[in-house]
Each structure stands twice: as C-alpha cells, then as structure tokens.
Design a protein. Sequence first.
Length: 140
Amino acid sequence: MTTFICRSLKDTKAAAEYFSQFAKIGQCFALSGDLGCGKTTFSRYLIRSLNPSIRDIPSPTFSLVQTYEAEPAKILHADCYRLKSQEECYELDLLEAIETHITIIEWPQIIEELLPADAIRIAFSMEGKKRKICTMEQII
C-alpha cells in the first residue's frame, strides 16, 4: 500500500505527481472518500502534472464530466456523486472513455463493479487536520 499524509497543498501536489507516473491510455484512477477529503484538489494536481498549461480545472460535480488535452492521452475527469444508477454512466460514455483516455473518477462507488481490474483505487480520509491519501492495493 502506498500512503501519503498531506499536511499542506504542497504534500497533496507531491502525492498527485507520484501517481501521475502511472498515467497511460486506459488507466483509471478511482478516488473515494468523504466530502472535503481532497479528491478534487488531488485531481487538479494530477491533471496539471500531465499538462502544466491547463489552468482552469473546475470540479465536475455539476457537469459530471470534464475533458482535458494531455499526453499520452486525453484526460477525462468525472464525478459520479450525483449518479442514481450505473446506466447513467453509459449515457456519459464513461466506460468507453476509460478504455481510450486517462480517467479520474471521483465517487466511483456506484460503478465500482464496472471499473477495470487494474484501476488504481485511491482512498482519501482525514486524520485531524491532515489528509491521508492511500492506494487500496499495491501498485506494480
């Protein structure tokens, strides 16, 4: 298990930069954790580490999906918090994007069983004023 204790935004950025080394076409990052644990902030740093020229990275909470240009593939940043069923992820073409993009999915619980086996599952939690970011399994 890879674990980061983040006491600052600088620490969160370092964690995102670490995970960016695993970004490739078809790689899915599934981010789970309570509200306010840092999933969107982490996502912003991860996206910027793949394309530093991207400045405006709004939360996909209301739009559900945001897409960004990057190398080696486009990035799709999704938020499944408001989805009511797995069928809605088909309407968003989310599963197709997982195969052709680098995907970052916040609140993946509703589609967990549809995620690829090699998805990097990252859990976010709070320990006092510190954020804890850890993978739920070993990254190879």
